[in-house]
Design a protein around this ligand. Structure first.
Ligand code: AMP
Length: 273
């Protein structure tokens, strides 16, 4: 595995490669969710590139940028064992300069849900993803369905800016107790982690209601709120795959999304129906 830290070096390395490239952008502190993305990229491409970059522009002023978990050495080992060919590990100054052009998230879909609690977050996400995709120029890029809104906005950007990369969505990997894996789970105390299991429970209950014929969004949402009580809920929303409001669940075109704040930790989860 090669470890490369500057965009020019990486572009140079990839310039003469006439093979398919699978790319997985991450912020490190790698877990099984990231590994699932890498595995899929390994299966579907000749070359696998992973980036690890804790992107400052997607954190708001008072957020956890400085304490975001960093496990550089362990991450390098994990990538090597997972068969990654190139690990891109840039520093902030390799990626950002002064007074730069920014990609702006769309007014509605970029500022609802997580975009409402973290205004500007998705502009930072889209900016870094645009930069990374331009550096790597991959055949396919892999993103988790766990970050459903991020996945949707990146797909929109690729479509609207006529980019040629294929975006591949990957199902959420969970711990055996059902909690979605996340680099931020290490912030949780044992008690917070236990309480957080209400999140997958509420989603499973919603799926169960739908499979037994309840499609009224209000009823499903209200049942979920009961289950999540007394957690601090940022939102529970039931939307179509285009992130628009619906009154009734439509099979193969519905996402149920939850965000809960546990202590200082933001926990996202969802289920795609
Ligand atoms: P992050 O390092 O948190 O920025 O995540 C990098 C990529 O991994 C994103 O595309 C995430 O959606 C994806 N990801 C994070 N957690 C999971 C998970 N539990 N299952 C599948 N993909 C995930």
């Amino acid at each position: 595995m090669k470890i490369i830290s500057t965009p020019l070096e990486l572009k140079d390395e990839l310039k003469h490669i006439n093979k398919s490239i699978g790319f997985i952008p991450t912020m490190g502190a790698l877990h099984e969710g990231h590994l699932e993305l890498i595995k899929n990229a390994r299966k579907g491409n000749d070359i696998v590139v992973v980036s690890i970059f804790v992107n400052p522009t997607q954190f708001l002023q008072d957020e956890d940028l400085d304490r975001y978990p960093r496990r550089d050495e362990a991450d390098k080992k994990i990538c090597e064992l997972a068969g990654v060919d190139i690990l891109f590990f840039p520093s902030s100054s390799d990626i950002y300069g002064d007074d730069e052009i920014k990609i702006e998230a769309p007014n509605v879909r970029g500022y609802i849900l997580e975009g409402a609690t973290r205004p500007g977050h998705f502009s930072g996400v889209l900016t870094i993803v645009m930069k990374l995709l331009n550096i790597v120029n991959p055949t396919r890029a892999y993103f988790g369905k766990k970050d459903a809104q991020q996945l949707h906005l990146i797909s929109l950007m690729v479509q609207q800016y006529f980019m040629s990369v294929e975006i591949v969505p990957i199902d959420t990997i969970r711990d055996s107790d059902g909690l979605a894996q996340s680099s931020r789970n290490i912030y949780l105390s044992a008690q917070e982690r236990q309480e957080a299991l209400k999140i997958p429970s509420s989603l499973y209950e919603a799926a169960k209601m739908v499979s037994s014929g309840t499609i009224d969004v209000k009823k499903i949402r209200s049942k979920m709120l009961d289950i999540l009580n007394p957690l601090e809920i940022s939102y529970v929303e039931i939307l179509n795959h285009n992130f628009e409001i619906i009154q009734e669940v439509e099979m193969k075109n519905t996402i149920i999304l939850v965000e809960v704040i546990s202590g200082e930790t933001r926990l996202l989860d969802n289920i795609w129906l």
